[in-house]
Structure formats: structure tokens, C-alpha cells
Design a protein around this ligand. Sequence first.
Ligand SMILES: [Zn+2]
Length: 264
Amino acid sequence: MLGAHPDDCDQDGGGTAILFAKMGYAVKFVSVTNGDAGHQTMKGSALAKRRFAEAQEAGKRFGVTYDVLSNHDGQLLPTLEVRMQVIKKIREWNADIVIAPRPNDYHPDHRYTGVLVQDAAYMVAVPNVASDVPALTKNPVFLYFQDNFQRPNPFRPDIAIDISDVFAKKIHAMDAHTSQMYEWLPWIGHYLQDVPKNSGEREDWLAKTRAVKITPEVKSSLEKWYGNEKAAQVKQAEAFEICEYGAQPGDEEKKRLFPMLGMK
Ligand SMILES: [Zn+2]
């Protein structure tokens, strides 16, 4: 999973990552920037260092490896240089599944992470590009994280995963991003006064603020994959849209790639 900042994959795919890790699959999160702009009082290398340490702790709690690239936060552009970094990351991991934001997000870093991964989606298989890392002999399946943006087209939940059983674990992992969950995001969102002073109450509060409402479209996808009865009991879900670039799996292949689908 690739995100722009060291906490993006966590929110959008953390539950799915936990489920994969529990089944013995290897999951990597990659933050394309180092997060050195995301704070109201800290900045630069001190902030990047703090966020790297938070990401490593979160990775441990999720059961994934967490890479952070050194590109500056708030300044990401879809350049050839960063495209090569992304191609190499996907190749070195020999990824079967690659998940990234859609390129119509509000945040330019998210948007360009989406563009960068789309730009890599064919090139990972081209041997003459970034030839110091061997090209993949198969093309992975590329997917997008869920978002609420409507233009030019709304998110389509091709796959929806029940993460109810691991939601508390996901929140515990996100809790590692202290600088974001309890400082920066509440500050920029004007709800800093709501953050519990007592650290023992923080994870309960985080669970309330980070729960995602299941949209009717996601509900339909859950019904497709889990059946109506099980889908009705799902409390928390993560959904993904299959990108038109890269391998195009049929339903049987989707179940092979996401073995948690239909399991409870
Ligand atoms: Zn972000």
C-alpha cells in the first residue's frame, strides 16, 4: 500500500493489512513523503524523524513493514525521479497487490501519489525502465483506497472487506501516530479541545472519530462478497476500487488475492 504521508495507508487500509498479516501474507506500507510539514509547532527533519519513529511503531502494531521515502511533505510532484522510486519499491517487494489513493483527492500529495502509482502500473513490467531493479514478470493488480470525492466520478467499491474483528487493533496501531492523531489533525480540523487529556481515554476517542460509515454502495459490495446475512452484521469495513491499469482480475481471482472475502 502506498500513501503520501506516514499515516495514510493506516487509515484507509490498516484493517485489511492486519487481516493479511494474520494469514501470513507480507504487507508493506510506503509513505511517498516523509511527513515533514504535518504539524503546528514542529517541522523539518525533527518532525520527519518523529514521524518515522511513529510509523515504525505503527508498522509493528499492524504487523507490516513501513517504508518512508525522503520526499518533502506538501511539495510532492509526479516527477520522473519519484516515479522511478515508486517503480523500484513495487518491484523490490514483488507485489501481487498495490493500493494507492485515487488521483482526484483534495490533497495534492495524495493526488500525485495516485498519479505516480498509476504511472508505475505499466512500467513495473518494462525491463528497460529503472533497469537496476529487475522488472516484474507479471503485472500486479492495482487498486484505489476508498474516498468520498464525487468528481469526475465517485469511488466504486469493487471489493469490500469486513474489518469489524480487527478494528480495535487498527485503532491501536493508528494510536502510534501521536503527532497526527492527537496533535496535528485535531489542530488543523479545529477539534484540538476534544482530544482526551488522559492517554488512557485516547484510543476509545480515536475509535469514535476514526470509524467509517458504511455507504449504501459499500453495503452492496459486502452483500456480494459475504452474503446478505453476514453483511448486515458488519460494523466496520474497508473498500477498494480496481484500477483500469495493471492486471484485471475476475471474481475468482479477486477471492484468491483477498482470501478474507467471504470468511468470518
Ligand atoms: Zn495524507
